[in-house]
Write a protein that binds this ligand. Structure first.
Ligand code: DCM
Ligand code: MG
Ligand code: MG
Length: 236
């Protein structure tokens, strides 16, 4: 089925909750990475519209936010670079008895999302290129999925589009440095990257929320990054 272009979509959606998401993985495509850590921060639109400012007038993370962070045995060797930047390894995840991406992860995500006021918009930086397709593959591996009408926002094309500036890097760390004049904390931990993403979002919240209302995609349109091999399908 061909997805309707954003411009042809129904009236703009007033999302009530934005769920910021990041995954750490064993590597990058085309190596068919697996998820080793997942983090979600859910923030109601109320807290995004009027963030508290610190003494330097920078937005502060909202006091009221729900968090879910899970470490996951990826059952696949980490690429050396992924191990180095994430601080995760097959050995340490095994030593800490972390289970693989199983139905408990799905149930935890569902319960977490069910507690949020809808409609919900998932937000990830380069989400359409990486996090969303990979999450869909991992869910498929356990014969699960998210509701297809869940909305998804990729802040990378959104920020580019709002900026209309050439020759700038839109990597998450670079965008954060431009807005806040300092390095992000905890890069390549899922929770660190989600906090960085949330702070980037807060710096541009009104325009990003408007952009999302018109341009968010639906989960059902996200093509899985790769089909899980039948041997690695886990329907338990
Ligand atoms: N990644 C990688 N090599 C890089 C950057 C990222 O293998 N140079 C993989 C491992 C990370 C995952 O991508 O866990 C997600 O990246 P990020 O930490 O930027 O969210
Ligand atoms: Mg990321
Ligand atoms: Mg990350």
């Amino acid at each position: 089925m061909i997805a309707a272009p954003a411009s042809a979509m129904a009236s703009p959606q007033e999302f009530q909750t934005f769920v910021f998401l990041d995954v750490e993985t064993t590597g990058l495509p085309p190596a068919q990475p697996c998820i080793a850590e997942l983090c979600l921060f859910a923030v109601n639109r109320h807290s995004l519209q009027c963030p508290a400012l610190d003494l330097s007038q920078f937005p502060q993370p909202p006091r009221i936010l729900d968090k879910l962070t899970l470490c996951i045995d990826p059952e696949k060797p980490f690429a050396p670079k992924a191990e180095e930047i994430t601080g995760l390894s097959n050995q340490t995840l095994e030593e800490n008895c972390k289970p693989h991406f199983n139905s408990a992860v799905v149930e935890a995500m569902r319960a977490f999302l069910d507690r949020q006021a809808g409609p919900i918009c998932l937000v990830a930086h380069n989400g359409l290129g990486f996090d969303f397709p990979l999450l869909r593959t991992e869910l498929w591996r356990v014969d699960a999925d998210l509701p297809p009408d869940t909305s998804c926002l990729d802040t990378l094309p959104a920020l580019k589009d709002l900026d209309q500036a050439a020759n700038k890097s839109y990597r998450l760390g670079e965008v954060f440095r431009r807005f806040y004049g300092q390095d992000p904390v905890g890069a390549h931990s899922a929770e660190g990257d989600v906090l960085t993403l949330l702070l980037v979002f807060l710096a541009k919240a009104p325009s990003l929320m408007e952009w999302a209302a018109v341009n968010a995609r639906s989960w059902g349109e996200i093509k899985p990054m790769y089909p899980p091999s039948p041997l690695s399908r886990r329907n338990w």
